[in-house]
Design a protein around this ligand. Structure first.
Ligand code: AMP
Ligand code: MG
Length: 483
């Protein structure tokens, strides 16, 4: 029989033993393949063609573990909404690390395949809606050119999971370059286990920051590199209006990939205070607060490395603090560059910031759609909402055009704008609608939505209905964790 040609070489087994627990997925009753990511399979150099769906369902449910699989779950800790907790993979099991022909490694992980050593009070299971939602949004992020874990498959287990009501159980196969989090470092720092911390640093540097291997102060440089990586990520989120929703330190990956698609969502109307998560009562993870929280998380990371920064503890703290304080300037610069590019600026002028802030303020006051405002500028009035005829906006546009003309290369400016401003984002109401159909067994809408989301920077007349902001609702959109 044909099989998936996995090429497992599970380097995660080199991680400190204390953070790994052998853990086989629970077998499920009646696995049914719901969706499979052929595009991702090509990047992985695995071939799904000619494989029957029963076989695929048994592989992606964990009922049939492939040869070479060494299934584990990982320990980690984390600050959840600011409070330190010992956590771990409560419903995730990594079955192997696959290497493609370019020798790039990808951890293949099931989410929702039963209890682990770290499940605490949870059932280790997942429901179909949230797993398909992660599939859609992570794929959308990938095509928006934002670093992210990806989704290879979703299967239905044929079993029910108990939430507020009984829901169909499901398993998502998540693919990540690694699942090392800030919280993984916190786990060993909490235990004051410096040997394991060092091993973890070495593994992480080898995998994600190989250029640091020969640096003198590898630890301080690692903090610096992680700051850069996270700034790039957050700036990208801000660019497209993405709100992660649960930026706990256990959800910040050392790879710089967006990880853990729980209560995340995209902003429609521009409001910096936008929060979707039902449990984020104080707006800790609001849109505008994401850089501040990233810095806070990075400071927690730096704390873990204090013992290695200098023999003198005070000196070590000073070094870490100075490094972390580089965040603000670096972020500000990269954010300004990104916003400038959204407006087509090739050069950077001092006065650009005022122009950018004036636009954002106008959007905020007038409840303009974030994505569509930039589309209106990029594609010259193609999004013909009444709001864009307002005097204030027309006047702002005159100032902007004057500034653009200073760069003297309108074609290059347009190209920059087209590459920075998506036409299509996974709008919450469209995602919800597609999920509703899927939960009733009809996958057509999800498949169509995924196709549209796979080309987010191309303006086409056929996608107009996917560009529409939601009808104003009196009930704000809410998202939920860990379902
Ligand atoms: P998250 O909000 O997804 O980052 O999850 C926080 C922690 O809760 C992680 O350690 C998860 O593994 C764990 N968790 C979430 N859902 C479940 C579940 N259904 N069963 C067991 N653990 C869970
Ligand atoms: Mg998590």
């Amino acid at each position: 029989m044909n099989k998936i040609d996995w090429n497992f070489n599970n380097t995660y087994l080199k991680l400190p033993k204390d953070m790994l627990s052998e853990q086989k997925p629970e077998s499920v009753k009646n696995p049914e393949l719901i969706i499979l990511n052929y595009n991702l399979s090509e990047d992985l150099d695995i071939n799904f063609k000619g494989l029957d769906s029963k076989y695929l369902a048994s592989v992606f449910s964990g009922n049939l573990l492939p040869d070479g699989s060494e299934a584990i779950s990982m320990a980690y800790a984390g600050h959840q909404f600011g409070n330190f907790t010992i956590l771990g993979d409560g419903r995730a099991i990594t079955i192997g690390e696959h290497f493609n022909q370019r020798k790039q490694g990808y951890e293949i992980q099931f989410k929702g395949s039963g209890k682990t050593k770290f499940s605490r009070n949870g059932d280790g299971k997942a429901a179909i809606g949230p797993m398909l939602r992660e599939y859609i949004i992570s794929e959308a992020m990938y095509y928006l050119n934002i670093p992210t874990t990806r989704s290879l498959a979703v299967i239905k287990t044929g079993e029910k999971v108990k939430r507020e009501t009984e829901l169909d159980g499901a398993i998502l196969t998540r693919v990540a370059t690694s699942h090392i989090r800030v919280g993984t470092f916190q786990y060993f720092a909490f235990k004051k286990d410096e040997t394991s911390l060092k091993n973890l640093v070495n593994y992480t540097v080898n995998k994600h920051f190989p250029s640091l291997k020969n640096e003198k102060n590898i630890y301080l440089n690692l903090i610096g590199e992680l700051i850069d990586k996270q700034i790039d990520l957050i700036v990208n989120w801000m660019r497209v209006g993405f709100i992660h929703g649960v930026m706990n330190t256990d959800n910040m990956a050392l790879s710089g990939e967006t990880i853990d698609y729980g209560p995340c969502a995209f902003m429609d109307i521009y409001d910096p205070k936008t929060v979707f998560s039902s449990i984020d009562h104080f707006g800790r993870y609001a849109y505008y607060n994401q850089p501040t929280i990233a810095k806070w998380n990075l400071a927690r990371f730096a704390e873990c490395l204090i013992p290695f920064l200098d023999k003198d503890k005070n000196k070590a703290i000073e070094l870490a603090t100075n490094k972390i304080n580089e965040f603000d300037n670096k972020y500000e610069k990269k954010w300004l560059k990104m916003m400038g590019e959204k407006l087509g600026f090739i050069s950077q002028e001092k006065s650009d910031e005022v122009l950018i802030l004036d636009l954002l303020q106008w959007m905020h006051i007038n409840k303009a759609d974030y994505t569509n405002t930039f589309c209106n500028l990029t594609y010259e009035n193609i999004i013909n909402d009444e709001i864009f005829h307002m005097d204030e906006f027309v006047n702002w546009k005159e100032r902007w055009k004057k500034r653009l003309s200073e760069d003297k290369n309108i074609q290059k400016s347009k190209d920059l704008m087209k590459a920075s401003n998506p036409v299509i984002i996974p709008r919450n109401y469209l995602v919800e609608e597609a999920l509703k159909y899927a939960e009733d067994g009809n996958l057509d809408k999800i498949k169509h939505l995924l196709k549209i989301l796979s080309n987010p920077y191309k303006m086409q007349s056929s996608i107009t209905s996917y560009q529409m902001p939601p009808k104003q609702s009196k009930i704000p959109y809410k998202t939920y964790c860990g379902t």
